[in-house]
Design a protein around this ligand. Sequence first.
Ligand SMILES: *Cc1c(COP(=O)(O)O)cnc(C)c1O
Length: 410
Amino acid sequence: MITANENFLKLPGSYLFSDIAKKVNAFKEANPDSSIIRLGIGDVTRPLAPACIEAMHRAVNDLTDTQTFHGYGPEQGYRFLTEAIVTNDFLPRGVQLSPDEVFVSDGAKSDTGNIGDILHRNNIVAVTDPVYPVYIDSNVMGGRAGELGADGRWTNLVYLPCTAANNFVPQLPEQRVDMIYLCYPNNPTGTTLTKAQLKVWVDYALENDALILFDAAYEAFIEEQDVPHSIYEIAGARQCAIEFRSFSKTAGFTGVRCGYTVVPKEVTAAAPGGKRIALNALWNRRQCTKFNGASYITQRGAEAVYSEEGKKQVRQTIDYYKNNARTMKQGLEAAGLKVYGAVNSPYIWLQTPQGVSSWQFFDRLLHEVGVVGTPGAGFGPSGEGYLRLTAFGTHEACMEAMKRIKEWLK
Ligand SMILES: *Cc1c(COP(=O)(O)O)cnc(C)c1O
């Protein structure tokens, strides 16, 4: 008898963004003349940097000639890319990595979702709340989450609430945990941790023999001095942290697909017989078995992100989104709303007016203003009372949305 992985059956049926799409479509059908501004889904809209496009065109040409043809590449990624990553993303911040501590992939969603493969099922998992859903759902699939309770929380997960009440800084858990997912700058709240605040977690992990899974997908949006770009800027993190990075939000690669994961050689986990095993070796084994590398064309495109031209062009696009975020933050504050994030992040985390739930505010924003956000409650119980707006739209759309909201709240 073929039996299904029952863990998958525990996952709640509908997906946040399909619920939203249904509501938006129903509204559009009822109001065909309305113009809707979509500031909901976290996908970029600006075209790729010309340096990346040219590099990918050249890479295609390489494949047309037997002399320069590339078939299967190294599962870990081409050296030209892992070296560029080490040299450009880490060295300037005082972080020394070896290229074989970097694993190139098709994106951070895959890696954050797959990392559980190399960790025991009985590890206790902590997640910030609200949260990027991949961390939770992948642990449900892996059998670490327990059951979904009536309060919207999984019985075996440890939730670390991040709300205005604690200034979006998660407090250390009261019970011991083994795996801690941290995402900074945060999706969905757009908030950050200072070096001192992140150090609290590194110290906790070292003292408690825990592993931090640090998602730095939005690193490129950081502008404040005291916000770490990499967890390895914190002393001791090389012993206790894995870091995930992505070219998606940095360089508009959401459709191209490329990211990477850093597993320092010092990071170990307990193994039978009281031994310690290096997670770098396990992740390498996992990737070599289940992954055949990101495409040559993609990796040449990613390499070009680090070229002189590429850096300039990528920076321009990020500045474009950051300018949107600034416009939105100012506009929403001028309209009398309380907002968080938006400074080191493309996300604006808006507090709904007193007594208005996330979904109520979402509905009113859609029906009365024609602006689509994402209800905070969709990211976890502590997201209730908030709504996420993204700065990934066009500048014109952002300005129009702010104009409408200001009029609406007058
Ligand atoms: C967008 C995003 C990613 C990037 O995922 P890719 O698979 O690299 O596109 C990773 N983590 C978070 C929190 C994100 O929002």
